[in-house]
Design a protein around this ligand. Structure first.
Ligand code: SF4
Length: 356
């Protein structure tokens, strides 16, 4: 999701609103994920239940790789079907034991040589970026590293026991970029110590780094975690759903304005994980609710730039399914902008236009 800006046309009293891929969950490449839950992690973080989140039963790395390679070799060649990316997710990839890391990279090199993969990425912690390991990743064809930054705020990182400071998180982002990789940044709004104000600052700091992608994982409380104990003891309270939608909606709008893709707005649905969530802003359509809020924010900004009450709004048809929020909850706010349903039109264009 990326790309929002508005341009005022002084003669026609219209603001063009370009959402880029803002209303379409679309990726240029297909992604083949390989999950390595908790592997390489120095500890289990207080909120993390990766095994349940990925729905993956613990398996030895050779078995995980063999299964992934078999599946990849059964896929069409990229020269026929388009670019495809192999993604090592979960765990701390750059801190895997050396033999396991090399086995992963060797599998990547084989499927790349066989024409089944064109790109590769991995996710890791900001305090696990040894230069020699980065060299290995680059040589094997990894082009993007996603960092589980979670926050740039040292107090929030300390409250969440992440084990590094905000300065170290920032330095890690620069290390990834200076080492020739694309950077992905993952943030965890609502984790212990992360207030809405802290998160809004985190998001601005992330946008200023011009990453290739952002992911937001609103903090949930899975059973069996330290966070679940803190919740029971009254030491932690999650963000409400309403707060999460409001704050992430504004942030998504900012990302559109900066043309930075946000590729995730919530933890992916997974029955075993959903059953284990005790508290937190979980909703089956959370991403759509956040997009609806972001769209409203974007049009509010465009209306301010227009300088006169809008007469109508034309939106890409892809926005039709979520514009009014859950059960039309946002209709009064659209109406307050002068945009009642009969003044909002949909078409097949990618650009939106606000007319005054
Ligand atoms: S949050 Fe990241 S570093 Fe922490 S346990 Fe989970 S996967 Fe490992």
């Amino acid at each position: 999701m990326s790309g929002y800006f508005h341009k005022k046309n002084a003669y026609s009293h219209a603001c063009s609103v370009n959402f880029g891929t803002g209303c379409r969950q679309k990726r240029a490449k297909s992604v083949v994920p390989v999950f390595l839950p908790f592997l390489g992690c120095p500890m289990h973080c207080v909120y993390c239940a990766q095994d349940r989140q990925t729905g993956t039963a613990p398996s030895p790395v050779p078995a995980i790789l063999a299964e992934a390679e078999k599946a990849l070799n059964a896929m069409p060649l990229c020269s026929e079907s388009g670019p495809r990316e192999l993604a090592f997710y979960g765990g701390t990839f750059t801190a895997l034991p050396v033999e396991e890391r090399r086995a992963c990279l060797a599998m990547l090199e084989r499927v790349r040589a066989a024409g089944r993969i064109t790109h590769a990425r991995c996710s890791t912690r900001p305090d696990a970026l040894a230069p020699a390991v980065l060299d290995e990743l680059r040589a094997a064809g990894v082009s993007l590293i996603e960092l589980g930054i979670q926050s740039f705020d040292s107090a929030a990182l300390s409250a969440s026991r992440r084990g590094y400071s905000g300065e170290a998180a920032l330095a890690a982002c620069r290390t990834v970029q200076d080492s020739g990789f694309e950077l992905g940044i993952q943030l965890l709004p609502g984790m212990p110590g992360c207030t809405p104000d802290v998160f809004l600052k985190d998001a601005e700091q992330a946008l200023a780094l011009r990453p290739s992608c952002l992911r937001f994982y609103p903090c949930l409380v899975p059973e069996g975690t330290v966070l679940a104990r803190w919740l029971a003891e009254g030491r932690y309270a999650p963000w409400s759903l309403e707060q999460t939608v409001a704050v992430l909606g504004r942030t998504l709008c900012r990302a559109w304005q900066e043309n930075i893709p946000v590729i995730r707005l919530s933890v992916a649905p997974e029955p075993a994980f959903d059953a284990a969530v005790l508290a937190g802003p979980r909703h089956p359509a959370l991403g759509a609710l956040i997009q609806a809020e972001a769209l409203l924010c974007a049009v509010q900004d465009a209306a301010d730039a227009l300088g006169r009450p809008p007469r109508s709004l034309v939106l890409p048809r892809s926005c039709q399914g979520f514009i009014y929020g859950e059960r039309g909850a946002l209709k009064p706010r659209w109406a307050a902008l002068g945009l009642t349903p009969e003044r909002i039109l949909f078409n097949d264009a990618e650009q939106a236009e606000l007319r005054g």
